[in-house]
Design a protein around this ligand. Sequence first.
Ligand code: COA
Length: 227
Amino acid sequence: MTEVCKIQPGGRPVPEPTDSPSPGPVIVRYLTGTEDDRLFAGRMMVEAFERKLVHATSRGSLPDMRDSYANSLRERPPEFYERHLLAEYNGEKAGSCVLRYHGDSELFQDREEDMAPVGCTDFCGLELLNKSRKEGIPTGTCSINHLAVDSCFRRKGIGKILLNTAEKDALRHGCSVMDLWVASNNKARLFFEGQGYMVLETDTGCCCGLWCMTGVWRLNRMEKKLS
Ligand SMILES: CC(C)(COP(=O)(O)OP(=O)(O)OC[C@H]1O[C@@H](n2cnc3c(N)ncnc32)[C@H](O)[C@@H]1OP(=O)(O)O)[C@@H](O)C(=O)NCCC(=O)NCCS
């Protein structure tokens, strides 16, 4: 069983609960604005949304998607970086989890200059994908935008540690509910079920609307009550 180390080099430390376990190979810290951190976060975003991004654009556009996401993480206020948890395994960046709270979409707006340099077709694909974004997070809910572990580091307990840290962050923000949307055929659903999340809602869109926008036929909203 992997444990969380209390020492967190680089980036601001995630506050530790007093009952946290003894040091281990995994540490969780906040993202920083350095190029290295931003590119890693961009790669993790692509890992989490690969299928949707390929549907919206093409596999060849994935490096541009990573870079444009990395750009969107530049020069942001401190609270913005506190929405991005980054896990390191024996000093190597291994996974990330991005959180959203009520009011964040107004607080941290998309910037035109961060957009990927894509052609007209890909632009339309990305606009459609954006339309499928679930907005309006209720007060008291923390929404997981995405959680991804680098494929080289999976099944070592890193996803679980990131999720536990995210849940503690949500509690510190006064939230009692954690939620996320995941494609119903994504194996990650089993991971979340194992961590106490339940499917409470299924979105199939209208006709083939959801498929056109996302390349997914069914999205599940999963939720966990925090205590
Ligand atoms: C889902 C994901 C984050 C899990 O990360 P991970 O570090 O491999 O998970 P862990 O090692 O912490 O696994 C925790 C538990 O979940 C189980 N689990 C992990 N991945 C699983 C999978 N694909 N299918 C079934 N169970 C899984 C593990 O067996 C483990 O069970 P245990 O506690 O009984 O041993 C990772 O597979 C991933 O990044 N997937 C791609 C991105 C993605 O789809 N994200 C979700 C949508 S935002």
